[in-house]
Design a binder for this molecule. Structure first.
Ligand SMILES: C[S@@+](CC[C@H](N)C(=O)[O-])C[C@H]1O[C@@H](n2cnc3c(N)ncnc32)[C@H](O)[C@@H]1O
Length: 302
């Protein structure tokens, strides 16, 4: 590197020490990483479960998957990367003839690569308003904001963004699109900025954060996919196996909390969700909103 600077990784895995400690991977175990991303957590799990542990990593983003495969190639056949929605994890494991597994990891949301990649996830993106993590999937955020009625938009922004200004924002989107299609993240962020009176602008985050979160959740059906995966855990997990979930907003965390509260199936390993340490937060701002819950599966094998 010029100037001798170390290359910065494209995505730094969040709460990595805590995940490895809670999953406690061992040689011979089979592990499922539902959000392979760039393979950061996967690499650590494979290192810890050497020489014989196997990791099945899922991601529906072709670009992320290709990069993860490259990163994990040194583990040979111990690392299996599959392009799939994690909601289909049980079917993927069946297809591979693997399972039940000894550990499951979910690290929800977006990777830093996706956020930076002109795919419409960022407020400053002047090229795209796509927001699909899987480019084979249906409607983009651009389709949604230009097609939905004002009431539908207000519902999406309120329900998935928990945004109190949802009606104002929806009305502004519908008024603005009359002059021409809304085409980029930047255009949308500017509309939200102008729609919300200054006294309601949040201090710490961009005023459009909740609106973007809401559209991303709707486009990618994020809560439905998470609910499906959680419901399938008893089919996927061996008795005594551990599951760790890192979520980034309260809607996800609520689903996980409810799932782990079924004491006939799960014994929580974390009383409250763990948060990233201050040192990690200052080095990796993504970790600030991370909440980690873990549990042991104690149901009967199905
Ligand atoms: C936060 S990143 C994971 C980063 C990874 N743990 C690492 O250390 O590199 C989340 C990843 O999950 C993927 N993803 C999100 N929802 C998914 C779903 N329903 N099915 C499959 N992959 C999904 C995204 O495409 C993204 O690459």
């Amino acid at each position: 590197m010029p100037g001798g600077e170390a290359e910065r990784p494209l995505h730094v895995p969040v709460m990595a020490d805590e995940v490895v400690e809670l999953l406690a991977p061992v040689s011979g175990g089979v592990y499922l990483d539902c959000n392979l991303g760039l393979g950061g957590h996967a690499e650590l799990i494979l290192e810890r479960s050497g020489p014989d542990g196997v990791l099945v990593g899922l991601d529906w983003d072709a670009e992320a998957l290709a990069m993860a495969k490259k990163k994990l190639s040194r583990f040979g056949r111990r690392a299996i990367a599959v392009r799939s929605n994690f909601a289909r994890a049980a079917a993927v494991l069946d297809g591979l003839g693997l399972g039940p597994v000894d550990g499951v990891l979910l690290d929800l949301g977006l990777s830093s690569l996706q956020l930076a990649a002109n795919r419409g996830f960022s407020f400053s993106d002047s090229e795209s308003l796509d927001m699909r993590m899987d480019d084979r999937a249906g409607e983009s955020a651009r389709d949604l904001v230009n097609r939905c009625s004002e009431a539908e938009l207000a519902d999406i922004i309120y329900n998935y963004g928990e945004e109190r200004q949802a009606r104002r924002i929806a009305a502004a989107i519908v008024a603005e699109r009359k002059a021409g299609e809304i085409r980029s993240g930047k255009e949308l962020a500017d509309i939200v900025y102008r729609a919300v009176p200054r006294r309601f602008h949040p201090g710490r985050i961009h005023v459009a954060t909740r609106t973007f979160q809401a559209l991303r959740i709707a486009v990618n059906r994020e809560l439905d996919n998470l609910a499906e995966l959680l419901a399938s855990l008893p089919r996927i997990m061996a008795g005594g196996a551990r599951v760790c979930v890192i979520s980034f907003h309260s809607l996800e965390d609520r689903l996980v909390k409810r799932c782990f509260s079924d004491r006939s199936l799960f014994r929580p390993l974390t009383k409250k969700p763990l948060r990233a340490r201050e040192e990690e937060c200052s080095q990796n701002p993504r970790s600030r909103s991370a909440r980690l819950r873990a549990a042991t599966y104690c149901g009967l094998p199905l």
